[in-house]
Design a protein around this ligand. Structure first.
Ligand SMILES: NC(=O)c1ccc[n+]([C@@H]2O[C@H](COP(=O)([O-])OP(=O)(O)OC[C@H]3O[C@@H](n4cnc5c(N)ncnc54)[C@H](OP(=O)(O)O)[C@@H]3O)[C@@H](O)[C@H]2O)c1
Length: 344
């Protein structure tokens, strides 16, 4: 019997434990309450303090239930983040179809407790970064913005890797300006340019780090050999690879990252929406157990490894709220296995 329970926050007390409010009792055919958005009204939680000292409950800020991961040993983030790639226009090119909703999405993410946002100079280009700055600058003190450099954009859906050191430097300088930052917390090399020695690409990022413009360096879409080669030039604190419940080719890299306490940031955590859609591979399990498909896909990632930081992308507040509530879904081992089988 599969059940979905909610992680109780520290100090949680209630007449009706969260587990019994959401778990499907053995032998009962009754469906549990939906957990989309916030917790069921009947379940009340005591306020818990946040790092800013403002009292808010986990149901107000569901991302807090995902727990934290400390990037590079000194940058704590809540494990369920947000990715900005859905905010620019079609083909991740040009202005947003709905800039006001995009701003609402970013502000709502922070309200829900998200403090890790992944973006890139290439999204728009710079459209996502302008929206980020408009929505959230001056940034909350605990917000970590991870960005990337290494792709030039030549049109909708077109991505050209450029890793020449002078280009990477230019893009980092532009990112600082567009985001309104003095230092980038996490700069990820978006792609390794095969025509430029890796040591030169990572070496330029290390030089920018020495100059105080970058705090930590990460990589994107790499194999273990590339992580090891890059690590000879600089300390690599994160890897961002394509990974989700239905696409797990990056398992070896994930294992490598887990063994070294390196953040693993899975891009396409919802398989570009395939895992989230009605009628998709998780739809019947989700329907049966009172969650949404997106929540199950994200809860599976959160359980897969403590170094995983999912960054689901969306252009809608409703989908954002649905996704962040995944932090409240706690899968047991049997449920985890059922989800794996459901996409096999
Ligand atoms: N390093 C890299 O090379 C790389 C490559 C790709 C992406 N990324 C990063 O990874 C992030 C996530 O990837 P992604 O945004 O492309 O893909 P994704 O998170 O796997 O899926 C996004 C898609 O799912 C839909 N969606 C989101 N939440 C939903 C929900 N609750 N119900 C139904 N549909 C939902 C979105 O549509 P709506 O907008 O309508 O919600 C969108 O079409 C990006 O934002 C970006 O930061 C990095």
């Amino acid at each position: 019997m599969i059940s979905i329970v909610s992680r109780p926050p520290p100090g949680y007390t209630s007449q009706a434990p969260v587990a019994s409010a959401l778990r499907i009792p053995p032998g009962r055919r009754e469906r549990p309450r939906r957990i989309t958005g916030l917790l069921p009204r009947r379940v009340t939680r005591p306020p818990i303090p946040t790092v800013e000292g403002i009292s808010m409950s986990t149901s107000d800020r569901p991302a807090t239930a995902a727990g934290t991961f400390t990037i590079g040993g000194d940058l704590p983030v809540r494990r369920l983040g947000y990715g900005t790639m859905q905010l620019p226009g079609p083909g991740v090119w040009g202005e947003s179809r709905d800039p006001e909703e995009a701003v609402r999405v970013l502000r709502r993410a922070v309200e829900l407790g998200v403090n890790f946002i992944d973006t890139a100079d290439a999204y728009g280009p710079f459209v996502a970064d302008h929206l980020l700055k408009k929505a959230l600058h001056p940034y909350p003190s605990d917000l970590v913005i991870a960005t990337k450099a290494g792709f030039a954009r030549t049109g909708p859906g077109q991505w050209v890797p450029i890793g020449r050191p002078e280009y990477l430097r230019q893009q980092v300088e532009l990112s600082l300006r567009h985001l309104g930052l003095e230092r980038i917390d996490l700069l990820q090399l978006h792609r390794i340019d095969p025509s430029v020695p890796l040591a030169d690409q990572v070496g330029e990022l290390a030089a920018l780090q020495q100059e105080g413009k970058i705090r930590h360096i990460g990589l994107s879409e790499v194999g273990i050999a590339e992580v090891e080669e890059a690590s000879r030039t600089a300390t690599i604190v994160s890897v961002q690879n394509l990974y989700n419940l239905s696409r797990r080719d990056a398992e070896p890299v994930l294992e490598h990252a887990s063994a070294r306490d390196m953040a693993f940031i899975p891009w396409f955590p919802l398989a570009t929406g395939e895992l989230a859609r009605a009628g998709g591979p998780l739809a019947s399990v989700a329907e049966e157990h009172g969650a949404t498909p997106a929540q199950l896909a994200l809860a599976w990632l959160l359980k897969r490894s403590p170094v995983i930081l999912p960054i689901p992308g969306t252009s809608s507040v409703a989908h954002l709220e649905d996704n962040v509530a995944a932090a409240l879904v706690d899968l047991d081992d049997a449920e985890y296995a059922v989800l794996l089988r459901s996409v096999a």
